[in-house]
Design a protein around this ligand. Structure first.
Ligand code: PMP
Length: 400
């Protein structure tokens, strides 16, 4: 009965790793997937995460019962504080409902399904370009997906006037997906003045902000600074949604830890919203897993562990920034044609190199360097040792 099923294409991002794994070359380099690597090219488990896991293992009072549909209660409270700020009036007024979800992706999906079911406007505007999974997540959640202009290939920066024009022309009430910081794939974020203009325009048109916060702490190294855009939208008293992921900032990728928060106008609304979120989650996966959220809660609630986390997080962010400088300097030293200053201007895990799909294919074939065909490279996958190889490949690709 399944004989007529056709082969599905590989996921454009995860497929890069599949191709990389098949390559036998000793110099092969995977810059496709957005996962942090050490200077030695190894995955990193934070010390503070190991410590929290030890604590959990040694605590014999812990059992493996099902969690509530909404997840670990402490984790939810602490996650809301992390993104909205410890002194957020919305939290103090109990206007926020937070549910534990399956990392960032699951949080986006639950938020999307909730909106498709209960919100009057079914169109969500996502930036062009955006993380490749966004359109699929929201379409399957039952929303209709449109794009707003975001990136200008000519300046390799923000197309701010295009962005404002597209949001201005969106129907009143439409949902707008905003990357909270470290926009993926472009590494281009609005300035705080631009965020303020976006906020004013969106509020004047009653556009509903849905923040995707997958990189809090990774852009600047400061958790608070990276949450500023979200907090600007909460400070005005209006509604918003926020999907948080702990994949990158705590290195908990495979533990699938995230949270969806919905900021409402009042405590009674928030409690009704939560009751409906449970109806979205229950038939999807019943309730979320315990382990990852318990690690996060243990770290967020303990002053010393929290500080240790911020130090380790800053070290990851700093290493990425240092890779930017080293790559930029290597290209300058080689005299590679073109302006490469966007490598040091862009923010977060990725550089949107501006290399086209032909050049990417050339670099993969000739240099065994793997990246998505849009020319996005994960800076976290580089090291001082591999930068000369990448610089040689880029030089060869643009001068061929
Ligand atoms: N949003 C963005 C912009 C991302 O880059 C990612 C991860 N690549 C996610 C959401 C979701 O990641 P996860 O489900 O692993 O938390």
């Amino acid at each position: 009965v399944f004989a007529s099923i056709v082969q599905a294409p590989e996921d454009p991002i995860l497929g890069v790793t599949v191709a990389y794994n098949k390559d036998q070359s000793p110099v092969k380099l995977n810059l496709g997937v957005g996962a942090y690597r050490t200077e030695e090219g190894k995955p990193l488990v934070l010390n503070v995460v190991r410590k929290a896991e030890q604590m959990l293992v040694n605590d014999e009072s812990r059992v493996k019962e099902y969690l509530p549909i909404t997840g670990v209660a402490d984790f939810n409270k602490l996650s809301a504080k992390l993104i909205f700020g410890a002194d957020s009036p919305a939290i103090q007024e109990n206007r926020v409902t937070t549910v534990q979800c399956l990392s960032g992706t699951g949080s986006l999906r639950v938020g999307g399904e909730f909106l498709a079911k209960h919100y009057h406007e079914k169109t969500i505007y996502i930036p062009l370009p955006t993380w490749g999974n966004h359109p699929k997540v929201f379409t399957l959640a039952g929303l209709s997906v449109k794009t707003y202009r975001y990136y200008d290939p000519k300046t390799r920066g923000l197309d701010f006037s295009g962005l404002l024009e597209d949001l201005q022309n969106a129907p009143s009430g439409a949902i707008v997906l905003l990357h909270a910081c470290a926009h993926n794939p472009t590494g281009v974020d609005p300035t705080s003045d631009q965020w303020e203009q976006i906020r004013q325009l969106m509020r004047s048109k009653a556009l509903l902000p849905f923040f995707d916060s997958a990189y809090q702490g990774f852009a600047s190294g400061s958790l608070d600074a990276d949450a500023t855009p979200v907090r600007m939208f909460v400070a005005d008293g209006g509604e918003c949604l926020a999907a948080q992921s702990y994949a990158k900032n705590m290195g908990l990728y495979g533990e699938r830890v995230g949270a969806l928060s919905i900021v409402c106008k009042g405590a009674d609304v928030a409690s009704r919203v939560e009751s409906q979120l449970k109806l979205v989650i229950r038939p999807m996966y019943s309730n979320p897993p315990i382990h990852g959220a318990s690690i996060v809660a243990a770290i967020l609630k303990d002053g010393d562990m929290y500080t240790e986390w911020t130090v380790e997080l800053k070290a990851m962010a700093d290493r990425i920034i240092s890779m930017r400088h080293q790559l930029f300097e290597a290209l300058q030293a080689k005299g590679t044609p073109g302006d490469w200053s966007h490598i040091i201007k862009q923010i977060g895990m990725f550089t949107f190199t501006g290399l086209n799909s032909d050049q990417v294919a050339f670099m993969t074939k000739e240099f065994h360097i793997y990246m998505t065909s849009d020319g996005r490279i994960s800076m976290a996958g580089l090291s001082s040792r591999t930068i000369p190889h990448l610089a040689n490949a880029i030089h060869a690709a643009v001068t061929k």
